[in-house]
Design a protein around this ligand. Structure first.
Ligand code: KG4
Ligand code: ZN
Length: 389
């Protein structure tokens, strides 16, 4: 089965072609074409993602990404693709700037290969950004006659962490109940996975997401967006150099001793703001404060995750989402965790699959198709359907 997957929930425009051999969860997933454009430079000057700007960029970039993914997969054939109903295709893309024209021009130039399934992120994410991807999927469904599976972005992050792209192109076998710690720009949550598709949210942030805290704290220090990678880099320098803490107060570890599995990051961000005030920090001070913040942020994640592992009797821990790219987080949840919990299997995504991508949307769409079929309920997106998700 050949899957074409689309991700446009935030500021990455991504299209992948994945060849699937077998049934979920034991299938082999060969990534034959992968194209991703990050809009980060565009959003940098605003210090965050602007939904309308993201939408425009997705509309501009989707056809080039489709072309790139097909070329990489060696499936880009010169020729023409028949469009049965050009009017319907134009109608679907009528609110997406030039995307309709761009797609039709593309289809007049190339003959699309056979596609068996289209998977597209339908949430969570920025609404205007999501719509471009969904409309594009619907338009491609008209041309390819492939069904479209609406796909959950966070479910994608979970599967990305299990996907071994370097060794066997397969998903790691896991033991249920498993626990997923999802850490991104919009989410910080602990998911108890009782089985495939049977997910229960057992903890979440009560205010800011941890990635959002990285980004906001970076901004307070005058560091560029996205703040996560920059803070991680500086924190590592501070640790190697053994820099003393910035300021004389230890940063708070919010909710660390509470009885639940929830998180909170707004207080930590405010504590950093109070510490920095309107001072201009030296490079050493920025590095030290990055490390102090990272210590506090990761310690809260670690404490609550450990609590959940013990409470639910977990043997498989999956960590996914953009913040899972963080080196200190990776070290904490592997080396440190194994000193007290040697029996735990920890799965982290390949570095290229930590942040948003469309490979994870192919995996999650295929998984959703299988689990929903078992439950007898799969709601395909219809090309002629209305715009409700
Ligand atoms: O999953 P993702 O790409 O997008 C969302 O679904 O939100 O996550 C983006 C978040 C941003 O907040 C970014 O600062 C953070 O992941 N991030 C990191 C690192 N790389 C990305 N945070 C800490 N350390 C990193 N190395
Ligand atoms: Zn994400």
């Amino acid at each position: 089965m050949r899957i074409l997957s689309i991700e446009t929930s935030c500021d990455e425009t991504a299209v992948s072609i994945v060849e699937v051999d077998g049934e979920f969860p034991t299938a082999t997933y060969t990534l034959v074409g992968n194209a991703l454009f990050s809009q980060v430079d565009l959003h940098k000057e605003y210090g965050g993602v602007f939904p309308q700007l993201a939408k425009r960029e997705h509309a501009k970039t989707l056809v080039p990404m489709l072309e790139k993914a097909l070329r990489e997969a060696e499936l880009l054939e010169p020729g023409t693709t028949d469009i049965d109903d050009e009017g319907a295709l134009r109608e679907i893309l009528s609110r997406e700037d030039n995307l309709g024209d761009d797609l039709i021009t593309f289809l007049q130039k190339y003959s699309l290969p056979e596609i068996h399934l289209i998977t597209v992120t339908t949430g969570p994410g920025l609404e205007p950004a999501l719509w471009v991807g969904v409309s594009f999927a619907k338009a491609l469904a008209i041309v390819t006659k492939a069904p479209v599976v609406p796909t959950h972005h966070m479910g994608g992050h979970i599967l990305a962490s299990l996907y071994d792209v370097e060794v066997d192109d397969a998903l790691a076998p896991i033991q249920f109940p498993a626990l997923a710690l999802l850490v991104s720009g919009g989410h910080t949550e602990l998911i108890l996975m009782k089985n495939w598709g049977q997910y229960e949210k057992v903890g979440q942030t009560r205010d800011d997401a941890v990635g959002e805290a990285f980004d906001k704290v970076a901004r307070l220090m005058g560091l560029p967006y996205p703040g996560g990678p920059e803070i991680g880099r500086r924190a590592a320098i501070a640790r190697t150099a053994g820099l003393p803490p910035y300021g004389d107060k230890v940063l708070p570890r919010p909710m660390i001793h509470n009885d639940d599995f929830d998180f909170s990051y707004a207080g930590l961000k405010t504590a950093v703001r109070n510490l920095v005030g309107d001072k201009t920090l030296s490079e050493d001070e920025k590095n030290a404060l990055s490390r102090d913040f990272e210590d506090a942020a990761i310690e809260s994640l670690y404490a609550k995750t450990l609590k959940a592992i013990d409470h639910f009797g977990i043997a498989t821990l999956i960590i996914g989402g953009g913040v899972s790219a963080n080196a200190f987080l990776r070290q904490t949840f592997t080396e440190k965790l194994l000193t007290t919990h040697p029996h735990i299997e920890v799965y982290l995504p390949h570095r290229h699959l930590s942040t948003d991508n469309s490979v994870m949307i192919a995996l999650a769409g295929h998984a959703q198709l299988a689990t929903a079929r078992t439950a007898g309920a799969i709601a395909f997106i219809r090309a002629d359907g209305n715009r409700s998700l």
